[in-house]
Write a new protein. Structure first.
Length: 305
C-alpha cells in the first residue's frame, strides 16, 4: 500500500491541511482561517477523516504550528501551544487533537516546517544549513542545521532578539514583552503603528522601507555570525515588497564591515538572501517532510502515546 502523508500548517491566521504520497505531490488540500481552538482543530481532523475514506489510511502526520509551543517530549504539556498572544489558544493541546488518527505525529514550529520545505524542495536544495525568517503579523524563524531543525531548551524565537533603534526613529516598539525587539520594530503591525497606514499602502520609495531593511539587516547580522547559514530565506507578507531585498543586502554589508569574507555577503548576491521559492507552500511542504521523516526515524519529533 502506498504511503499517504498528512500535513498541517497551523498558522496564527490560517490553517492548511494536506495529504500526499510525497511532500511535493499533494493530492488534496484545504485552507481556512484560524478560529477558536476547538472548531479549528475539529475542522482539521475532519479533513483527514474524509481524506482517508477517499484515499486510504494515513501513514503519518506532520504538524508545523504557530507558537510558542512545547517540543519537550518528556513534558506533560508536549504538543501544546504555550504563552501565545492568541490567548484563546494558550495551553491548547494540538497533537492530542489528532491522536485518534492512530498514526505517528511529528510536531514542530510552523517556521521550522517552512525551513524544511525550502531546504528539501525549494531554494535550499542540496544544502545543510538554512535560515528561514517570516516577517508578517509577527516575526518568526526556522533554523535547519545538518538538515534538521534546531531545538534545545525550547525552540528559536528569532523575532525577539534586541534591535538598536535608529537615531531618527522614536518608535517604542509594539512587542508587549520586549518593546524594541525585531518583531516589535519590524513586523507588519509595527509598520502600520509607526506610519499610520498598512504597509501595503506605502509607496515603494517611502522612507519606511529603508528603516525596515536596516532592522531586518540587524537581525541577520546576529544570525549570520552565530548560525553561519548557507542561505537566508525571507518570507511573509512584508517581504512581498521587492525593493526591500537590495536595501537589506546593502545594510548588512555595512553592519558586517567586511568581517565575513565571503562573496555571498561582500557582493550583492541575489541568491543568498531571497524570497522563498515555494512561496505560500513552504510551510505545508515542510509539514509533509516532517511526516515523511517520522516514518524513517520514529523516535524523532513525537511522543509515545
Amino acid at each position: 500500500m502506498a504511503t499517504l502523508l498528512g500535513g498541517i500548517e497551523a498558522g496564527g491566521t490560517k490553517f492548511v491541511c494536506a495529504i500526499g504520497h510525497s511532500p511535493n505531490s499533494i493530492l488534496l488540500e484545504e485552507r481556512f482561517p484560524t478560529d477558536d481552538p476547538e472548531s479549528t482543530l475539529r475542522r482539521s481532523l475532519d479533513f483527514f477523516l474524509r481524506a482517508q475514506k477517499k484515499f486510504g489510511p494515513l501513514s503519518s502526520l506532520g504538524i508545523g504550528s504557530f507558537g510558542p509551543i512545547d517540543l519537550d517530549v518528556s513534558s506533560l504539556t508536549y504538543g501544546s501551544v504555550t504563552s501565545t498572544p492568541k490567548l484563546r489558544w494558550a495551553g491548547t493541546q494540538v497533537v492530542q487533537a489528532f491522536t485518534e488518527l492512530g498514526v505517528p505525529i511529528a510536531f514542530d514550529t510552523d517556521t521550522n516546517a517552512a525551513a524544511l520545505g525550502e531546504l528539501y524542495y525549494g531554494k535550499g536544495r542540496g544544502l545543510d544549513t538554512l535560515l528561514y525568517i517570516t516577517v508578517g503579523t509577527g516575526v518568526g524563524g526556522g533554523i535547519v542545521v545538518n538538515r534538521k531543525p534546531i531545538h534545545g531548551l525550547g525552540h528559536p524565537e528569532i523575532g525577539h532578539i534586541p534591535i538598536i533603534p535608529r537615531k531618527d526613529d522614536s518608535f517604542q516598539g509594539l512587542c508587549p514583552f520586549h518593546g524594541t525587539c525585531l518583531e516589535g520594530m519590524a513586523a507588519g503591525p509595527a509598520i502600520q503603528a509607526r506610519w499610520g497606514v498598512p504597509a501595503t499602502d506605502l509607496p515603494p520609495d517611502h522612507q519606511a522601507w529603508d528603516l525596515e531593511a536596516e532592522y531586518i539587516a540587524q537581525g541577520l547580522w546576529s544570525f549570520i555570525l552565530t548560525i553561519s547559514p548557507q542561505k537566508v530565506i525571507l518570507g511573509g507578507g512584508v517581504m512581498h515588497q521587492p525593493q526591500l531585498f537590495p536595501l537589506i543586502r546593502s545594510h548588512l554589508r555595512r553592519l558586517l564591515s567586511g568581517y565575513v569574507d565571503r562573496a555571498e555577503i561582500l557582493e550583492d548576491n541575489e541568491d543568498y538572501i531571497s524570497f522563498p521559492e515555494l512561496g505560500n507552500f513552504a510551510g505545508i511542504t515542510g509539514a509533509l517532510v516532517m511526516a515523511e521523516q517520522i516514518l524513517r526515524e520514529p523516535s524523532v519529533g513525537q511522543k509515545e502515546s
